[in-house]
Design a protein around this ligand. Structure first.
Ligand code: C2E
Ligand code: MN
Ligand code: MN
Length: 404
């Protein structure tokens, strides 16, 4: 199984751009033999290296890297399974990020991409970690290189009519419906993902539906209903990421759960990269070992993972110390009223900073008040879900209203 590993370290030798290129090309020869690819960044003081290859090979190499006397203060930033490698030909592209200083946002971004040979899609944590390093913000927020990479304004919504795909033979033939709610990038005015929320035959809440099920039936229903969510999303012509909610146990107790999800994606021509699984903070903590097993399977299949309702549980920070998701959704109990509450503001600021450094996308949930949205926007949050923008609607996606 291939994995991706990113670490940061402090240089003990002095390096200029030329030394760096020379160094990287020497690494390349060795990496070719080991079938390792990746990239190397240097900012004058710190290195950031990304390595991709077979798990055992990468882990061995990382041990060796730890003994290298040319650097110190090794910090592991990411070590996750991946479905396939991103950097081909066993190359080790390198860049001195000091070359980006003084460039405008778009220019800096494209120079970084072309120097490293990356076609940015910013869907992967590794790219966001590279971005954080290149901007220098991980070290000192005030010294961050001020380049903006927000895209063009693009107004895009799905004012769709409901689609009814009928009863599917699930547990006890319970008909399955989903309400869909957009998650938006408010500045760019676009829908970045749509969350599928389970509903009963008459639009009942997810709690009411799930409460009626017990034991294996619950987990089976939770999983198989996602086949309907994908089919509905496909029928609604949704063309962004589809988020679904799952209990971690639904991924553990159903044999072949991840294969089932992949098969449903393929059946509905839904690309795996546009499929995301949300797991609540509370469940991730209470079933941590099972949760980690499930997440490794999802990641190895190229499916993204989000932590839902962050801040609603009671061990959120210790969870993040051991596991970093692709996306983190801050719970509405922290978001609502943030514009006038010092404690909530301090919490949100620290979560944003943490997520930025580790390449985790932040979503603010339950945004209802325009004042809260303004504060969150100023604090650096770009993605929002809440009644202010759009409500969840049964078997359809309603148009988004964009606050001024
Ligand atoms: P969630 O995943 O945090 O979903 C967001 C919930 O917040 C949804 O409630 C949504 O309608 C509501 N919401 C969205 N914007 C706002 C807002 O501005 N203000 C307020 N007050 N609420 C807002 P919903 O649909 O009742 O879902 C409740 C929970 O049920 C979900 O919370 C999720 O944890 C769970 N759930 C939903 N579908 C499934 C599923 O298929 N499987 C499992 N295991 N759980 C599910
Ligand atoms: Mn959710
Ligand atoms: Mn939530």
């Amino acid at each position: 199984m291939p994995i991706q590993l990113i670490y940061r370290s402090r240089a003990l030798c002095s390096f200029d751009s030329k030394d760096l290129m020379h160094f990287a090309s020497r690494l390349e020869g060795r990496n070719r033999l080991l079938e390792i690819s990746g990239l190397l960044l240097f900012d004058g003081r710190y290195f950031l290296q990304l390595l991709e290859g077979e798990e055992v090979v990468i882990d061995n190499l990382y041990k060796k890297i730890g003994r290298d006397s040319r650097h110190t203060d090794l910090v592991l930033l990411l070590r996750d399974p991946i479905p396939h490698t991103h950097f081909c030909n066993f190359q080790m592209s390198a860049m001195d990020v000091r070359e980006l200083q003084g460039l405008s946002g778009r220019n800096a971004w494209s120079l970084l991409g072309s120097s490293l040979g990356i076609a940015w899609n910013r869907d992967h944590r590794s790219e966001r970690i590279i971005e954080a390093f290149a901007r220098g913000r991980w070290r000192d927020p005030t010294s961050a290189v001020a380049w903006s990479i927000d895209g063009e304004t693009e107004v895009e919504t799905y004012p769709s009519e409901p689609v009814w795909i009928g009863t599917k033979p699930l547990a006890d033939n319970i008909p399955v419906n989903f309400a869909f709610q957009p998650i938006v990038h408010a500045k760019e005015r676009r829908i970045t993902s749509v969350e599928a929320l389970l509903r009963g035959p008459n639009g009942e809440s997810p709690y009411a539906v799930l409460k009626a099920l017990q034991g294996n039936q619950l987990y089976e229903y939770d999983l198989t209903s996602k086949g309907s969510a994908i089919a509905l999303a496909s029928a609604l012509h949704i063309d962004c990421v589809l988020s679904v909610n799952l209990l971690p146990m639904s991924l553990v107790f159903n044999e072949g759960a991840v294969d089932y999800l992949l098969q449903e994606c393929d059946k509905n021509k839904w690309p795996r990269e546009r499929f995301l699984v949300e797991i609540t903070e509370e469940e991730a903590i209470t079933h941590f070992d099972e949760f980690i097993v499930a997440v490794r399977k999802l990641r190895a299949a190229g499916i993204q993972v989000a932590i839902d309702d962050f801040g609603a549980g009671h061990a959120g920070l210790s969870l993040l110390a051991d596991f970093q998701p692709d996306k983190l959704k801050i719970d509405k109990r922290i978001i609502q009223g943030v514009c006038a509450n010092g404690a909530r503001q301090a919490i949100v600021r620290s979560v944003v900073e943490f997520c930025f450094c580790l390449g985790i996308t932040v979503v603010a949930e339950g945004v209802e008040a325009v004042e809260d949205w303004r504060w969150l926007q100023a604090a650096g949050i770009r993605r929002f879900q809440g009644y202010l923008f759009a409500r969840a609607s049964l078997n359809s996606v309603t148009a988004v209203t964009w606050p001024q």
